[in-house]
Design a protein around this ligand. Structure first.
Ligand SMILES: Nc1nc2c(c(=O)[nH]1)N=C([C@H](O)[C@@H](O)CO)CN2
Length: 121
């Protein structure tokens, strides 16, 4: 399946369970993969037929800055739901890294995959 991807999208946002994390924004990095058939965009050469990765990036930044979640899992799920509903890929995989959370680690975080079927109930 074809993919549109965003790699290492950097966002500063409030996230975390501890008091000190609620007082200051911290860096996050997103890797996002969206599967869809890209044949229509390729044949038409029309951005409207594609998943606009610049628009997705801005929506991810805006949602992340406004949500201020405790858990990175909640953020990942909210971002996946927004992308599925607004951009209609067949599936989306979101990996979010918190590079400053555990000093001994290069980064910690989560990766989730959601498909359009999984949000239809
Ligand atoms: N699975 C998770 N574990 C932890 C999270 C999280 O969001 N998901 N968050 C924290 C703290 O906020 C941490 O980032 C501070 O070091 C701990 N574990």
């Amino acid at each position: 399946m074809d993919k549109t991807f965003i790699r290492d999208l950097k966002v500063h946002a409030v996230i975390g369970v501890y008091d000190f994390e609620r007082k200051h924004a911290q860096p996050l990095s997103f890797d996002i993969e969206m599967t869809s058939d890209l044949t229509g965009a390729a044949q038409s050469d029309d951005l409207n037929q594609a998943i606009n990765y610049a628009a997705v990036s801005q929506d991810v930044i805006d949602l992340t800055k406004s949500l201020k979640p405790l858990l990175i899992e909640r953020l990942a799920d909210a971002v996946a739901t927004m992308i599925l509903e607004k951009y209609q890929p067949q599936s989306v995989t979101i990996r979010i890294s918190k590079p400053d959370a555990v000093p001994a680690a290069a980064a910690v975080g989560v990766e989730i995959t959601r498909s359009n079927r999984s949000i239809i109930s």
